[in-house]
Design a protein around this ligand. Structure first.
Ligand SMILES: *Cc1c(COP(=O)(O)O)cnc(C)c1O
Length: 233
């Protein structure tokens, strides 16, 4: 795992800077900063760095590999940490997710919901989920095709171990802010359409270190920030 500067003051300064940029983006968009939370993404950084972040008062961390959640939660056993899965999830990882994660933001197919429901039943746990929607054309991006969202929302109703709270997306990687913003706007519009269909999805997880002001302008309730807090991976 990356050997990053892990001094308290380094993370504290980064955290304060992200926080103030979020406040500025909210102000520019006429939004209340309390409406936007920041999910620190600790992927590739080891348990020591997570410990420093905890000293800043952070206790919820995004990870894209279940294996990393497993090793860090072992190293940090006894700490109260909520691990949030944000990366593409193979069905055969459902067991560890059911045991260790508080939330999955990358639910993108019913087969995965089946596996999670079954394993969560065994663990007698309930987790929050966001449905990841593919809003960009890149092959490297995962997520449900937008046109399949209405059907999966209906199909997920009986899954009592999964509380569907909202939607997640990654925008296209582009120098054109309009193209990036269009991805975020699409997610918000899908949320609004779902509401008409009877599905209340209050959370929109969108925006990362490089594009979060645009996501906030389009209604993000949560941004996932790695590099701008922890440094370059
Ligand atoms: C890594 C990652 C992030 C954070 O990316 P940064 O550019 O480092 O802020 C956000 N979301 C997902 C799904 C990621 O995998």
């Amino acid at each position: 795992m990356t050997d990053a500067p892990n001094h308290f003051s380094y993370l504290a300064a980064n955290w304060a800077s992200v926080r103030s940029r979020v406040d500025a983006a909210c102000h520019a968009a006429g939004r209340d900063p309390d409406e936007v939370s920041i999910l620190p993404v600790s992927k590739t950084f080891g348990p020591d760095v997570v410990r420093v972040a905890m000293a800043l008062g952070l206790h919820r961390f995004g990870e894209n590999k279940v294996q990393e959640i497993r090793s860090k939660s072992e190293a940090l056993a006894g700490e109260r940490i909520d691990w949030v899965v944000i990366g593409h999830l193979q069905t055969n990882k459902a067991k560890d997710v059911a045991r260790l994660a508080s939330e999955v933001q990358s639910l993108d197919r019913l087969e995965l919901a089946d596996a999670l429901q079954r394993r969560l039943d065994i663990e007698d746990r309930v987790i929050d989920v966001l449905i990841e929607v593919k809003t960009s054309p890149e092959d490297s991006k995962h997520g449900l095709p937008p046109e399949q969202l209405p059907a999966i929302l209906d199909a997920l109703r009986p899954y009592d171990r999964l509380q569907v709270r909202g939607l997640m997306t990654m925008a296209v990687q582009s120098d054109d802010p309009a193209a990036v913003r269009a991805c975020f706007r699409q997610l918000r519009e899908l949320r609004d359409a779902a509401k008409v269909q009877g599905h209340d999805l209050p959370r929109l997880s969108m925006g990362m270190s490089g594009d979060f002001p645009l996501a906030i302008a389009e209604g993000a309730t949560e941004i996932r920030v790695g590099t701008a807090i922890f440094g370059v991976r």
